[in-house]
Design a protein around this ligand. Sequence first.
Ligand SMILES: [Zn+2]
Length: 585
Amino acid sequence: MKKPFLLAPAGSFAALKAAIEAGADEVYLGGSEFNARMNAGNFDKNELIKAARLCRSSNVKMHITLNTLVFDRELKALLEYVEFLENEVCPNALIVQDLGVACELRRNFPSLALHASTQMRIHSHEDAIFLKKLGFTRAVLARELPKQDIAAFVKTGLETEIFVHGAICVSESGGCLMSSVIGGRSGNRGECAQPCRLPYRAENKYPLSVKDMCLAEHVTELCDIGVTSLKIEGRMKSPDYVGAVTAVYRRLLDEGRNATESEMRLLKNIFSRSGFTDGYFINKIDKNMFGIRREEDKRNSDVKFTYPKAPPRIKSEDPIPANPEFFQRDEAKAFSPKLQRGFVLRFEGRMPTDAYLKRFAERAARIDLPLALCTEPRFSPYAEKISAVLPRSIFESEREEIRLQLEKARAFGIKHATVSSLNQLALCNGFYLHGDYAFNIINRASLEYFESLSFSSLMLSPETDGRFPKGSRCALEYIGYGRTPLMYTRTCIIANISGCLGKKRCFSRLTDRIGAEFPIISAPNHTNVIYNSLPAYRLDRVGELKKSGVGLITLLFTTETEKETALITECAFENRKPNIEFTRK
Ligand SMILES: [Zn+2]
């Protein structure tokens, strides 16, 4: 069994030195541009060159984070920056989030190794097919995955990187728009303001604050599974933190064992928020995963650490050569853009009534209903117009049930499926594919990539700057009305607020300090979506949107009453403005 590498964060030069001294095999750090921790110290060009020299002389591999979504207008600067990296820094890999960026890098810098960021929402072994074709050599898996799913991914042969220690997001990473929409600071663009650490008016005052992850008691299992690299989070943390945590994991790996009680205590004393969680890894997703940093957590952490001299490091092979092979679009598999014009009626909360459908279905371009609910007999007359919306993320253990639901939908006469993850394509064979906003499409290159996968339509990210890519080969879609989904959680936030209703689909709301209410809708398996406090309204811009190539305008219904739903639809169809309170985001 090959021992995993130990990968440590370096938010500053001092942290880099601490990581190396404590025995990291690999480090990851960000330059001053295009990286997901714009608030960390980061490295300017000279510092990057110096850091690379230090890493090489210490036989430590260096990964550079280039893990933000990038607008078309920034692409030129990005490519120039990567040219500098390739020529003067020679990193061992770049960590990338944006699929468009990945395609551009593959085209322009075929010899640079790419690692798929955890922001890419990699949940299934099925994702590996796409990553390999794009030339990725390693995937940083989503942090929500249970052990079995990690093991299934390892079997794909792609290098597998797992977060083992540090802060985790309550929302699926890469799928969080909360900071962006309510504070104008995009998490996907490296500026997360951490609204999940704020107090809210609820039974548990901090219903979104998840404890830090710690898998120190599972190191032997991770070795047995065969993961490539154990990653420590913390580019915003001090050199002392980085050194101390790295030293603990170094010892565990070298001695091939799990942490003892005293080592767990030591880790807690370094930093914790009411202790740690391993809930995702052991698939025990519950209230115990939540916690804040208490006074007693802070008291204990007033310790300076000395770390032992690190043993000599393992020499590793060079990255796998990239395979710059792309898919060809198959027009026969796609629904013609000409047949996709007008409004998409999308229901994520209350389902449409019979009266509503009778009145509006005929004139809709498409009707999006959750997969689990789309085969109610009363929807049968509208089957041709319905697209079954798959859950945002699907664990390996859930795939069989989803496959059965899709079979049922097909027998029901449904031909369209709305997907939000590449691993869902394999499940939707034979359906016309519609791409969800969760694909984070904000530039031309990522749009082209998804077009090449034969999508019929693609929804642009709510984070687009309004300048849409023109001349797409498939229909472009944009939310014209509706509450923007801010977070998608695998944990049940409703349980922290008002008590969870268990298996039933349920509603609740999160109230912030100034009284703004964010509706939450829970799916049967306790996944939650938190929506913006006000609906976004862009229907007065429909003409403008159409000019920039958007053919499909989505009306997204979540908490609206029957009456409101009908009013908004009627106004949209008749190009009138409803009298409602709204926001632009
Ligand atoms: Zn629940």
